[in-house]
Design a protein around this ligand. Structure first.
Ligand code: MTE
Ligand code: MO
Length: 578
């Protein structure tokens, strides 16, 4: 039988166990640095360092030059190049030059990409492995810059994260995914707005004719251009009016393939979106999406490198005149604006990490202001997607800070017989439930994917009490706007782990208090005796080892007031369905 509590205590003792958190990253409290390794790619059963790409590319380039020069001695090859000089006859020309808006957008794109790419690498460093399968079983990764997963000990996803240099990642410290995500998503939004405007403007002005191939002859012409570049006898340049076919194809892929693919595969990594999409979300599951996202990132990096080099080696003066001054001339008009633009990018590059470390809370709040509303909208989606038992992952990464207290050890020792889940706060019926009480309630089972913010995922079957049932029993008052879940365990930085959810999140069909995982009582590592499952959120919102649930009107006075332990201490957002 549930034990009614006479009245909600005026001051919650668990709330007193929360810790305030600093608004900056305190280096001596933060997860200590850990080196990764040089990135490796798995080919069959062998792990090959990506550094091999350097000598291979060098050898490949020399070979390409030799081959192209040799080939162009043949009359047939010469005839081919004469017939397809690089720009198709039928390719339309654009005679409005490079208007100011196009030049401004090009500059903004460059600035935004610097943030997006660096913050993206930081996010990857929080789980420095890529997989094709949703399960993330150790050993099934195809790319990693971390050693193999150690065996014979609990190795959490947090243990697995690695440090990046501060000039590369934003902000470069280990496990700063919370802050990196604010940068990545906020700047992504700006980048998407810039991109949508760009699409609208190029299609309404005829500038699109530069980018979209209009004839099949683009392919032989692209081959011909590649041959000419490789022979070091560069094709004639008419980029003021028309790009050569190779250039056009590359730009086309970047603007119309890589960019949309990046956006789609980014969004598909979100629990709310992936779960909502059903079949698509299953085929393009989080790890497939994450791997493709990485490949399109690699395309962007190679493109930027090649593009940058070509700007210099073809004609820096003419190219910068086009893109930074909007003139077709041999003057120096574009050089100064170009250098200014590069200075702005370099300055932003230099300050991004130090500013983020010093003003972490500001970065968090700015990010919430920029993209928090989009995340909030996605939270309203019912996470309908359920999988079947055959989908259950053979391995499920553990994560978080395990309980270390005599209180918890005592509970484990007697099989949680003395465990009580306290439910109080703004409800009509404050009460305590034993594990037996919970087991006697209606049981719901669900096979779902877990999405950890760090990037890994795993499928398990969870069994427990629907939160809807608990709500019916305790009857929250009208004032209750949030449910606070307190853990029996502390968080990484001391003070109780806790997390806050909006009420509507508690009414979702798949929100349960789980006491079973894959048909067995939940293990201590995974949250015994009871852990929350809230399938439209990222993993950190699902408190393990739940001690109490309190219904409140506001969470500003709890901990540092951000709505949860990781929100307070690691600068995450409290609504995280994306
Ligand atoms: N009490 C508590 N709950 C927690 C955490 C924690 O550190 N402490 N970590 C969270 C994170 S980040 C994740 S991804 C999931 C991991 O659940 P699992 O260990 O069952 O995979 O638990 C969440 N719940
Ligand atoms: Mo997580």
């Amino acid at each position: 039988m549930a034990t009614p509590l006479s009245a909600a205590p005026s001051h919650d003792p668990l709330a007193a166990k929360l810790t305030p958190a600093d608004d900056r990253i305190l280096l001596n409290h933060w997860l200590p640095p850990q080196e990764g390794i040089v990135p490796r790619v798995r080919i069959g059963t062998r792990w090959v360092s990506v550094l091999w790409a350097l000598p291979l590319a060098f050898a490949g380039l020399i070979l390409a030059v030799a081959l192209a020069q040799g080939l162009l001695e043949f009359p047939a090859a010469k005839a081919f190049v004469a017939r397809y000089p690089g720009i198709a006859q039928a390719a339309p020309s654009v005679d409005s030059g490079f208007p100011w808006w196009l030049r401004a957008q090009h500059f903004l794109n460059m600035l935004f990409m610097m943030f997006i790419i660096r913050a993206g690498i930081q996010i990857l460093a929080d789980h420095p492995r890529l997989y094709w399968k949703r399960d993330c079983t150790p050993g099934t990764d195809w790319f990693r810059f971390q050693k193999p997963v150690p065996t014979g000990r609990v190795w959490t996803a947090k243990d697995d994260s690695v440090t990046l240099p501060k000039w590369l990642g934003i902000p470069g410290l280990r496990h700063t995914i919370g802050l990196a995500r604010w940068w990545h998503f906020s700047v992504n939004l700006l980048w998407v707005v810039n991109g949508v405007l760009f699409y609208a403007l190029i299609f309404s002005t005829g500038q699109w004719l530069r980018l979209v191939p209009a004839t099949w002859e683009v392919f032989p012409n692209a081959l011909s251009t590649a041959l000419q570049y490789a022979s070091l006898n560069f094709p004639v340049d008419h980029s003021w009016t028309r790009y050569n076919a190779l250039q056009q194809l590359t730009y086309f892929v970047t603007v119309f393939v890589a960019a949309p693919v990046s956006i789609a595969t980014g969004l598909l990594q979100s629990p709310a979106i992936s779960n909502r999409l059903g079949w698509t979300g299953r085929v393009l599951n989080r790890q497939v999406a994450r791997s493709i996202h990485f490949i399109s990132f690699a395309w962007f990096v190679l493109f930027i490198l090649a593009h940058g080099i070509m700007v210099f080696v073809t004609s820096l003066r003419e190219n910068t005149n086009h893109m930074f001054a909007g003139v077709e001339s041999k003057s120096w008009a574009g050089l100064l604006p170009f250098l200014l633009a590069m200075t702005v990018v370099a300055a932003a590059w230099a300050v991004a990490s130090p500013v983020t470390i010093r003003h972490a809370r500001l970065v968090q709040h700015t990010g919430m202001f920029m993209v928090g509303w989009i995340k909030g909208l996605a939270e309203w989606w019912d996470p309908r997607s359920q999988l079947s038992e055959t989908d259950i992952s053979p391995y499920f990464w553990p994560n978080g800070t395990m309980p270390h207290s005599a209180e918890f050890d005592d509970l484990v020792a007697d099989g949680f017989k003395r465990y009580r889940l306290r439910v109080d706060g703004l409800i009509e019926q404050p009460q305590e439930f034993s594990l037996a009480d919970l087991r006697a309630m209606p049981k719901q089972e669900q096979v779902t994917t877990h999405f950890c913010i760090q990037g890994w995922s795993g499928v398990a079957k969870w069994g427990g009490v629907p939160m809807r049932h608990i709500l019916d029993l305790v009857r929250p008052t009208k004032e209750a706007r949030y449910a606070v879940f307190y853990s029996l365990a502390d968080g990484a930085d001391g003070g109780r782990y806790y997390d806050v959810h909006k009420m509507h999140n508690m009414r979702h069909e798949l929100t349960i208090l789980a006491y079973e995982m894959n048909g067995e009582p939940v293990s201590v590592i995974h949250g015994a005796p009871v852990r929350l499952r809230c399938e439209n959120e990222l993993g950190f919102k699902m408190v393990k080892w739940v001690a109490a649930i309190e219904f409140v009107h506001d969470f500003a006075d709890l901990g540092a007031g951000e709505g949860g332990y990781n929100e307070d201490h690691e600068f995450y957002g409290y609504r995280m369905p994306i």
